[in-house]
Design a protein around this ligand. Structure first.
Ligand code: ADP
Ligand code: ZN
Length: 213
């Protein structure tokens, strides 16, 4: 399946992407993960993205389209993909349409996660990430088995992301309202949009069923 996951930070896009990859072997493509890896590796791309990211602002559309144009042509995209964190602006959505047309591909659905703001803020301020492998924890609902040690890779660098301070979070939510929320109407007009108010498996599969068969 070829799906866009749309929703504010902390809505559960990453979790749903993982769930759907297990369903049919589609790959999860997270622009946030790609950018964080570039920052960690100190590449040219990382240097260009770093300042905007830690403030919770968007990186430029040009930078993102450069990444995505390459990424969508890699072999593992043949079985489908779940776009997590992209597109994030109307110009990105328009550029994606042009790109897909050029590649002769069509999206199956745009799944919008419509999650209440207080739930999101609660989730984000308690979120922790393994700086080594990217595994996500939550100090309340999903702590690592051994405090401070990553279950997956054993690293003891379980950290709060720079952009998950209270200040950066409120900025990210504002950026979402201004720049990304308009995509909901954009995709409603294409007939691809499905909205859910909860990110549990059953709700998501029921909503997507008619689109993915
Ligand atoms: P979130 O948890 O807010 O969904 P992501 O992990 O998707 O965050 O992205 C982290 C940061 O990476 C964003 O705040 C932004 O700076 C940058 N970023 C990721 N995807 C995009 C995109 N499609 N366009 C612009 N900036 C992006
Ligand atoms: Zn780890």
């Amino acid at each position: 399946m070829k799906i866009i996951l749309l929703g504010p930070p902390g809505a559960g896009k990453g979790t749903i992407a993982k769930l759907l990859t297990e369903y049919d072997g589609s790959v999860q493509i997270s622009t946030g993960d790609i950018l964080r890896a570039a920052v960690a590796a100190g590449t040219e791309l990382g240097k260009q993205a770093e300042a905007a990211m830690s403030a919770g602002n968007l990186v430029t559309d040009e930078l993102i389209m450069g990444i995505m144009e390459q990424r969508l042509q890699e072999g593992d995209c043949k079985n489908g993909y779940l776009l997590d964190g992209f597109p994030r602006t109307i110009p990105q959505a328009e550029a994606l349409q042009v790109l897909l047309e050029k590649m002769g591909e069509k999206l199956d659905a745009v799944l919008e996660l419509d999650i209440a703001r207080d739930i999101i803020i609660g989730r984000l301020t308690t979120r922790r990430t393994c700086a080594q492998c990217g595994e996500i924890y939550n100090v309340i609902s999903k702590p690592p088995k051994v405090e401070g040690v990553c279950d997956v890779c054993g690293s003891n660098e379980i950290v709060q992301r720079d952009d998950e301070t209270e200040e950066a979070i409120s900025n990210r939510l504002e950026v979402y309202q201004d720049q990304t929320a308009p995509l909901s109407d954009f995709y409603k007009n294409t007939g691809l949009l499905t909205s859910v108010m909860s990110s549990d498996k059953e709700t998501v599969m029921t909503a997507l069923g008619p689109k993915i068969g």
